[in-house]
Design a protein around this ligand. Sequence first.
Ligand SMILES: Cc1ncc(COP(=O)(O)O)c(C=O)c1O
Length: 473
Amino acid sequence: MNWHIEKTPKTPIYQSIMKHITQNIQNGQLLPGEKLPSERKLAALIGVNRSTIVRVMAELEAKGIIKRQRGSGTMVNDDKWGLSQEPVVDWHQLIQSQQPDEHHQLIEQIKEKLQDSSAIDAYTGELPLDLVPAFDLPQSNWRDFIEADKNQDALGYFPLRQAIANLLAQDDQLTLPVEQLMITSGGHQAIFLIVQALLNSGDAVAICQPSFLYALNLFQTAGIRLFGVPMDEEGMRLDLLENEILKHRVKLVMLNPTFQNPTGTTMSLARRQALIKLCQTYKIPIIEDDAFGLLPFDKRTTAPPLKQLDPQNVIYIGSLSKIIGSTTKIGWISAPPAVLEKLSTARQDLDLTLSIFPQVLANDALSDVTFQDKLASLRAQISARMIYFFDLIGQEFVCHRPAGGFYVWLRLSTDTLTKKQMDEVIAAGILCLPSFIFGDKTPALRLNIARLNVDEIKRLVETLQTLKKAGIC
Ligand SMILES: Cc1ncc(COP(=O)(O)O)c(C=O)c1O
C-alpha cells in the first residue's frame, strides 16, 4: 500500500493520516482483519514522529476502525457495527452546555401570548385541530383492551407494528421487517432511548445546524456533546461533517433528512448516498428521524429514506404525531435486532411502560378504510396553505420552499436576530421560534405554516412586511 500522505497547511498531519487509512479501508486497499505495519515502521514510512502514529492509532481504535491485540499487533476492525465498541470518553473536551435562561424565558413569553386569540400561532409544532383527520372509533369495551394486551410484547402491540410496517411500505418507500420495529411513546421517547442505551456521558453526536435537537434538554442531561454541522440546500454538509468526525470521535450522526425541523430542507438523493458512504467509512451509525416523512406534497419528488438505502447501519425513527396529532403519543424505532433488544431492555430498565390504550386506538385509525384518503387530504390542505403563503410573501423575504412537512425557514434581512427583536415580533402578534433556539446564529424564523388558516397567513405576511419596513426583521 502507498503510504505517501499529502500534507496540507490547514489540516494537522495526524488527521491526514487517519483520513488516508480510512479511505484505503473504504476502497478495499486495506481489508477487514488485515494487519497494519508496526507504529515504528509506519512512522518511518510516512516520515513523521512515532508519537503522531500513536495518536492516529488511538483515535482510530476509539472509533472502532482498527483493533489492537496484544501479541498480534494492529489490524483493520472486522466488526460490521461500531456500536459494540467501548467508548473512550475525552473528559477534557466535555462541554456542559446549559440552555440559557433567555431561551426558557422566550418560550414562556410565547406560551403566555398564545392565550391571546388574535395572536398568530406559527410556533406550536402540531397540526391545528381542523386539520387533524377525524376517525370514528369502533365500539369497544374494557375487556377488548385486556384481550389486546395479550398481543403485546417488549416491542409493542403486534397488530400496530404490522399496520405501521404496511403504512411505510406503501409506494415502495420503506420496507421494515415487523420483527425489527418497536413501538415507542412518540418520536421523543425513541430519541431518549437511543441516548440512554447507546451513548455515554461525554460522547459526541453530530447533528445539523440548525436542528430542533438543540431545543431538547435530554442531551445536556445525559452529558452528550452535540456538534452542529452547517447545512446547504441539499442538507448536512459532508465536508464539514468529516472534519467533525476527525476532530471529535463522533459516535452517532443524528439527522432529520426529510422536511427538516426547523428549515424544511430535504436532503438530496446524491447527498444521502454520500452520507451513507462516509458513515460506513468511519463506522458511524446514522439515526434517521423521519417524523415528517409521511407528509410530502408530491410523493414523486421524495427521496428514499436513508434506512431504505442502508438498512444495516441506520436506526430509523418515525411518529404518528404529525399526521394524527401528538395526543396518541405513538412513535417507532426500526433497528438491527441486537440494537433493538438493547433499546427495549433499556426501556424496561428505566421502567418506561407503554400503555395498550393508545396503541389499540392508533391501530384502529391506521386500519380505518378512509385512512389513506384522509392522509392524502391532509397533505393537500397543508400544501395549499404553503402555496398561499408563498404567493403572498413573493420575493419580499428569502425563504426555502419545503416539499413537505410544516415548516418555513424565513431568513431575515437584518444582520442579527436578538431577543429584543424577538420581543417586537411577539408584540406584533407573530408567535414563532427564532434561529438561535435551534443553535444557529443566522437571523431566521421558523414558521409553522400548516397551523395557519387563510386569514392568519394573510395577517402573518402583512405583519412581517410591516416589521421589515421598521427594520426589525
Ligand atoms: C423532527 C422531530 N422528531 C421527533 C419529534 C417528536 O415527536 P413526538 O411528538 O412523536 O414525540 C418531533 C416533534 O416535534 C420532531 O419535530
